[in-house]
Design a protein around this ligand. Structure first.
Ligand SMILES: Cc1cc2nc3c(=O)[nH]c(=O)nc-3n(C[C@H](O)[C@H](O)[C@H](O)COP(=O)(O)O)c2cc1C
Length: 500
C-alpha cells in the first residue's frame, strides 16, 4: 500500500522497516523502499548526540547530513525517502527531544520515540524501556513533541507484564495526540527468540483508536511476504513493522516474491557505494544478510574487507564502484568550480572568497603559497600559518591561513590538503592585493583592481614595489634559500619548493 501524503502517514495499511541500530542506515532504508516497504525507520539515535549535530546539505551526494562535532555523520537522508522516513530517537528529556525533533523535522516524515529498548545503555539513562515505568515522563516527552513539531509523532513500546497495564498505558499515550503507536509484542525481559504475544498487540489495537503497528513477528510468524498480512490479522493491528526478517532479506517487502539474498546484498552494496556509507556499517549489514553463510568464501571475503572498494571486489562490483566515484568527482568538480561570486565576505573573523586553486593557471614550480611566504618574509611578518580541516561526508579539505593575525579561507572545499592551502593563500593574496604568480597575472589587472578595493586592510603597499616583487620572485625561487624557507625551515637548503 502506497502512502499518498505525509498527512495520512499511518492511516492506511502499511508495512514498515523497523528501527534497527546499525542496520537502519540510508542504504538499507532505500533498499526496503525499493522492495515495497511503505515506511522506513532509521536506527535509534540518541538525543544528546543528535543535539550537537549540524545540518549539512551535501551537494555532492545529494543528501542531507547531520554531522557531529567530530565530523561523524550521525544521520544521512535524501529526497527519495523524505516522505517515508521516520526519525527514531532515544530520549528521556522532553526539551532535548524537542530540540532534536526540530533539527530534523523538515527532512523526515515523522518523529518516533523509542520506548522499547531493554539494553542497559538505554535504560540506565532513563531511555528506551525504562520509560515504560514512567508514564508521566512519556506524556511529557510526547506532548512536547506533538505540540512542538509539524510532522506526525509516534512511539514504539514493548508490552507490560499484564494486559491491563499495557492497555492503561497505551490509552494514556493515545491522549498525548500521537499519530500512531508501534507495539513490539514482547516483555522487556524477553529475548528476540521468545514467541511474540499477538494477543497483547490485539488488546492494544482494540483499546485505542490511533493506528497500531504490530511488531515482533520476524522469527516465527513472518517468513515471506504473504505472512505479513497473516500477522496483521492475528494482531488486529492496522499495519506491520518488520525488523529481522527485513534485515536478513529486505525483499520480504516485495509482493513479487523473494529475491535471492546474493542479489539483495548486491543491490544493498550499490546504495552503500552511491551514498558513501561507512565501510564498517556496510560490512556489518552484509554480514547480517549472510547469516549462516558468513563462513562461505564470499562471507570470508566480506569479513576480510576493510574498505568499500574491497567489499565491492568481493561482489564483482569494482567497475560500479569506480564509475560511481568518477560521477561523484565530476559533480564535486562542477560544484566547486561553479561561478560563485569572487567578492570577499566576512565569516566571523575570517575573510572568505569562493576560490579554487587551478594548478594549470600557474607556471611549474610556482604556487600562491610561495608568493605569500615570500611576501610575509619581506614584510617581516610571521610565516603564514595554515590550519586545514577535512569533512567526512566527501573527504574534502578546507584550509585557513593566518597572516598578520588575520584569517583567510576559501569557501570552496578542495580534494587535497595541498590544494586547500593554496586556495587559502590565494584568498589572502587577492584580498591584500598581492601578486600570486598566476600566468598572465600582470595583464589581468587583477592586482591593481584588488588593491584599490581593499585599501582599508592596512596591507596595501605602493603598487610599484609589489610589481617589482613579482618579477623578482621567480628568480629567487631558483635559489636554495627560497626553497628552504618555503619548507618552513632555514636549515634544509635542499627542500623542494614544490611542496608549498
Ligand atoms: C540489530 C537490531 C537492532 C535494533 N535496534 C533497534 C532500535 O534502534 N530501536 C528500536 O526501537 N528497536 C530496535 N530493535 C528492535 C526491532 O525494532 C524490533 O522491535 C525487533 O527486532 C522485533 O521485531 P522483529 O521480530 O520483526 O525482528 C533492533 C533489533 C535488531 C535485530
Amino acid at each position: 500500500m502506497v502512502l499518498v501524503s505525509v498527512s495520512c502517514f499511518y492511516v492506511v495499511d502499511i508495512t514498515a522497516l523497523a528501527p534497527m541500530v546499525r542496520v537502519g542506515t540510508l542504504p538499507m532504508r532505500l533498499l526496503a523502499l525499493d522492495y515495497g516497504a511503505d515506511v522506513v525507520y532509521c536506527e535509534e539515535l540518541i538525543d544528546i548526540k543528535m543535539a550537537q549535530c549540524q545540518r549539512v546539505v551535501n551537494e555532492v551526494l545529494q543528501t542531507v547530513d547531520f554531522v557531529a562535532p567530530d565530523d561523524r555523520v550521525m544521520f544521512r537522508t535524501c529526497a527519495k525517502e523524505k516522505a517515508r522516513v521516520v526519525f527514531q530517537m532515544g530520549t528521556a528529556d522532553p526539551d532535548r527531544a524537542l530540540t532534536v525533533a526540530r533539527l530534523v523535522e523538515k527532512d523526515v516524515a515523522a518523529i518516533d520515540v523509542n520506548m522499547g529498548c531493554p539494553k542497559e545503555y538505554s535504560t540506565k539513562g532513563g531511555m528506551g524501556a525504562a520509560l515504560l515505568s514512567d508514564p508521566e515522563k512519556i506524556e511529557a516527552i510526547l506532548r512536547k513533541l506533538v505540540t512542538g513539531v509539524s510532522v506526525p509523532v509516534t512511539c514504539k513500546i514493548r508490552i507490560l507484564p499484564s494486559m491491563e497495564e499495557t492497555v492503561r498505558l497505551v490509552q494514556r499515550i493515545e491522549k498525548t495526540g500521537i499519530a500512531a503507536l508501534a507495539v513490539h509484542g514482547r516483555f522487556k525481559e524477553e529475548r528476540p527468540r521468545h514467541p511474540v504475544h499477538c494477543d497483547y498487540i490485539k488488546a492494544v489495537a482494540q483499546a485505542v483508536s490511533i493506528p497500531v503497528i504490530a511488531n515482533g513477528g520476524s522469527l516465527d510468524l513472518v517468513k515471506a511476504n504473504a505472512d505479513i498480512e497473516e500477522f496483521r490479522k492475528a494482531t488486529g493491528a492496522s499495519s506491520v513493522m518488520l525488523g529481522r526478517a527485513a534485515m536478513w532479506n529486505a525483499s520480504v517487502f516485495s509482493s513479487q516474491g523473494p529475491i535471492p539474498v546474493e542479489r539483495v546484498m548486491e543491490e544493498y552494496l550499490r546504495y552503500a557505494i552511491r551514498y558513501d556509507n561507512h565501510a564498517f556499517n556496510t560490512k556489518y549489514c552484509l554480514c547480517q544478510m549472510l547469516r549462516d553463510k558468513v563462513e562461505s568464501p564470499l562471507g570470508k571475503q566480506v569479513q576480510a574487507a576493510q574498505t568499500n572498494v574491497e567489499i565491492s571486489e568481493a561482489f564483482g562490483l569494482q567497475d560500479f564502484y569506480l564509475q560511481t566515484q568518477e560521477q561523484l568527482q565530476v559533480r564535486r568538480d562542477s560544484l566547486y568550480s561553479s561561478s560563485q561570486p569572487d567578492q570577499p565576505v566576512m565569516d566571523g573573523d575570517v575573510t572568505m572568497m569562493a576560490i579554487k586553486f587551478e594548478r594549470r593557471e600557474y607556471p611549474p614550480q610556482i604556487t600562491p603559497k610561495m608568493f605569500l611566504l615570500e611576501w610575509s618574509r619581506k614584510e617581516k611578518l610571521e610565516q603564514p600559518l595554515y590550519k586545514t580541516v577535512q569533512r567526512s561526508q566527501d573527504r574534502a579539505f578546507q584550509s585557513t591561513v593566518t597572516v598578520a593575525e588575520k584569517k583567510y579561507r576559501s569557501s570552496l572545499w578542495e580534494k587535497s590538503k595541498k590544494f586547500a592551502e593554496q586556495a587559502a593563500a590565494i584568498v589572502c593574496l587577492r584580498v591584500l592585493g598581492i601578486p600570486e604568480g598566476r600566468i598572465g597575472e600582470e595583464d589581468s589587472g587583477l592586482v591593481c583592481k584588488r588593491k584599490r578595493e581593499w585599501k582599508t586592510n592596512g596591507f596595501t603597499e605602493e603598487e610599484g614595489r609589489k610589481k617589482r616583487h613579482i618579477a623578482g620572485i621567480q628568480q629567487e625561487n631558483e635559489s636554495s634559500e627560497f626553497a628552504a624557507a618555503a619548507n618552513g625551515s632555514h636549515h634544509k637548503p635542499n627542500g623542494p619548493a614544490a611542496q608549498l
